[in-house]
Ligand binder design. Structure first.
Ligand SMILES: *Cc1c(COP(=O)(O)O)cnc(C)c1O
Length: 437
């Protein structure tokens, strides 16, 4: 499979190059040249298949020409070492719980898949170690670090702003050891990001060591997110059969950079019978406004309690735009929008908890509310619960006025010993540190 750039000014890449480079030379996002429809029989029998079986079929459609079958199967099966169940919250509304992975958020799926695919390509090429540099304001760092943890041939450097990530987030990437090094930068997130960018551009450093990124825009992190939409659909079919219902399935995705929802749209192109999508936003309403006006106007991001969605210029908008050939009415045919203030999110969390006992995290709350507001007759709605509420323990407890239990695997992280390297925000310091590795 070839991958082209959404900016149209870079040469096409094969999968290997698209994965190692992440971003195309013209700074566009890679898109697969074909999106292969899956046969009708697959969808007719999907409720009889396991998560891994479903995911392997989807993975094969994207990567089957570029990755040897047994290896691809192993990558898929190793990635999905945890379940993504749909859980009934109330009549016709289900939560797709994407928080059962190691860092309790959906980014685990993409990060784990990418780590294993990168390892596959490295092994084919040489035995040289590859170094992944990632700047994080919190969640990306933990998903990437845990995705790569213990993967041979790869070393990960996580750069994060000192004192500016939560304790829970920090321990998810500073306590791992092995092939993960946490670098605490005396600065803000943007300083971390610019250190990483400077490192990729530094010739001497790139001669000294092989560097790559693990951006969320990487096709190997982005496409695997489609797996759980197929599986969610399969589970919905099963539930409807049990209840003797036959409804249309609506998928609602709390969105920030729009990678997650975009992978769901790819699924629909492959034939997944999702009737329509809702992109649920917090107060960052750039996409919502685009749907209303047809104009895409990026803004500075606003800080909210659903902070993983505080994005003012969603990077995957370019992919959605490309998918529908820039046709605004086509986009609107498939996706509708919703936007919620922090106050509205808090009201939703409280109401849902008191009416159903289900504890939403602030991101999932946007998704749940968008279904409450937009679900029609004869529709069954599934929203993504993108993170476990315990990840935002203080916020959630303050809102629902009840305790949120910390899952065992999160508690484990918190017991570990923090190990980190402290550096200034000067590139010279970062470079001299890396040159010694
Ligand atoms: C990253 C993230 C999102 C947003 O996902 P996108 O793919 O960027 O739209 C939503 N919720 C949580 C908890 C996240 O970590």
């Amino acid at each position: 499979m070839k991958y082209y750039s959404t900016n149209g000014k870079a040469p096409e890449a094969d999968l290997h190059k698209a994965v190692v480079k992440g971003l195309a030379e013209d700074r566009g996002l890679y898109m697969p040249e074909h999106i292969k429809p899956l046969p009708k029989e697959f969808f007719d029998n999907i409720d009889t298949l396991s998560f891994q079986e479903i995911a392997y079929t989807v993975a094969d459609a994207f990567f089957g020409k570029d990755v040897e079958a047994e290896s691809l199967k192993k990558i898929v099966y190793d990635t999905l070492a945890f379940d993504c169940p749909i859980v009934k919250v109330e009549d016709n509304i289900y939560s797709l719980e994407l928080f059962h992975g190691p860092t309790l958020a959906f980014k685990d799926v993409g990060a784990r898949f990418m780590a294993r695919l990168l390892q596959y390509f490295i092994r084919q090429e040489s035995n040289e170690q590859v170094n992944v540099l990632v700047a994080t304001s919190g969640d990306t760092g933990s998903a990437v670090a845990n995705g790569f943890l213990g993967v041979d041939g790869i070393h990960v450097y996580v750069l994060y702003p000192k004192g500016k990530v939560s304790k829970i987030q920090e321990c998810q990437f500073t306590t791992l050891g092995k092939n993960i090094t946490a670098i605490e930068v005396d600065g803000v997130f943007d300083d971390c990001q610019s250190l990483v960018k400077s490192a990729f551009m530094d010739e001497e450093l790139n001669k000294h060591m092989k560097l790559t990124s693990a951006n969320s825009i990487n096709v190997a992190r982005f496409l695997p997110q489609s797996f759980y939409y197929f599986y969610a659909y399969a589970q919905a079919v099963k539930k409807m059969k049990e209840e003797g219902k036959n409804q249309d399935v609506v998928m609602c995705v709390p969105s920030g950079n729009f990678g997650n929802i975009c992978s769901a749209l790819f699924g629909q192109k492959m034939g997944l019978p999702i009737k329509r999508f809702i992109a649920a936003n917090n107060a960052n309403d750039i996409f919502y406004n685009y749907l209303q006006t047809g104009k895409y106007e990026p803004k500075a991001s606003k800080q909210t309690i659903a902070n993983a969605m505080d994005v003012g210029d969603p990077s995957n908008f370019a992919r959605i735009y490309d998918l529908y050939k820039g046709d605004h009415s086509e986009v609107c045919k498939h996706i509708s929008g919703a936007t919620y203030t922090d106050e509205a999110i808090a009201v939703t969390m409280r109401q849902c908890f008191s009416a159903t006992g289900y504890i939403l995290d602030p991101h999932g709350a946007c998704g749940y509310q968008a279904l409450k507001d937009g679900l029609k007759d004869n529709e069954i709605g599934i929203f993504c619960e993108t993170a476990h509420p315990a990840k935002f323990k203080e916020t959630v407890e303050g809102i629902i006025e009840s305790e949120v239990a910390i899952p065992e695997r999160l508690a484990e992280f918190m017991k570990g010993t923090k190990q980190s390297i402290e550096l200034s925000k000067e590139f010279a310091d970062f470079k001299s540190y890396l040159m010694k590795q």
